[in-house]
Design a protein around this ligand. Structure first.
Ligand SMILES: [Zn+2]
Length: 231
């Protein structure tokens, strides 16, 4: 398979996703970055270009090995976060890193967000871990630590910094951003009391249902029999 280092549609989609994240208030200034997988590598937003002025020509194509293949700009300084996640997670095709308010606030606690609502089971796939603190500028360490802490989940907090959300597509990764930011807000709202996490076996079955059975006839196996419901 030859690599399309100039996938114009994907670059345009990346810019549209960035504009949506700016509108949501998740991307501020030039903080944050977005990427999508292409065969043999990834396309990522550039370093230090205002999102309002991004054009497809600003995007940078980088190989799996970290070599710049196309583009005149420097790739985002957090390129390693994206590259390491794609290397470890073949199921991930899009990575969005933001400094959204509530998730970033929680990243300052260095705590795991337990599974507190159903959509976390379904969309994130489990707990949201937090990295250990990596001082600014140590890009390789940040990439490795973030990919490690992500594990098999679709979201991870970067300690005292922000959040990374993943998906099988850019649209899905954007949805993960929305869900994770709400989860983080709920976690802060419930922060004063001890939360009761959803038991692990139900997290797994919720995720499985979302992936394989949601909206299909098979999903009705889980439904309450109508005659069993009391008025
Ligand atoms: Zn950042």
């Amino acid at each position: 398979m030859t690599m399309d280092v100039n996938d114009l549609d994907l670059k345009t989609e990346l810019i549209q996703i960035c504009h949506q994240l700016v509108a949501l208030g998740y991307l501020i200034g030039t903080y944050g970055n977005a990427s999508a997988r292409v065969p043999g590598g990834l396309i990522i937003t550039p370093s230090r270009v205002d999102y309002a002025h991004l054009t497809p020509e600003d995007m940078v194509t980088v190989s799996d090995e970290g070599e710049i293949l196309a583009g005149t700009r420097l790739p985002s300084s957090e390129l390693e976060v994206h590259r390491q996640i794609y290397l470890r997670r073949p199921d991930v095709n899009a990575v969005l890193h933001t400094h959204s308010l509530h998730a970033t606030a929680l990243s300052c606690c260095h705590d795991t967000i337990p599974v507190i609502v159903e959509e976390q089971s379904q969309v994130v796939g489990g707990e949201i871990y937090c990295t250990r603190y990596i001082p600014a500028g140590r890009h390789e360490d940040l990439g490795e630590e973030t990919a490690r802490a992500l594990g098999t989940s679709n979201a991870v907090l970067i300690a005292n910094h922000g959040v990374v959300n993943c998906g099988r597509s850019l649209d899905e990764a954007l949805f993960v951003c929305l869900v994770v930011e709400r989860i983080a807000q709920m976690r802060l709202l419930t922060g004063a009391g001890a939360v009761v996490p959803i038991p692990p076996e139900h997290v797994a079955s919720e995720r499985d249902r979302f992936l394989h059975r949601y909206g299909t006839a098979a999903d009705r196996e889980d439904a309450e029999p109508a005659e069993a419901q009391s008025g």
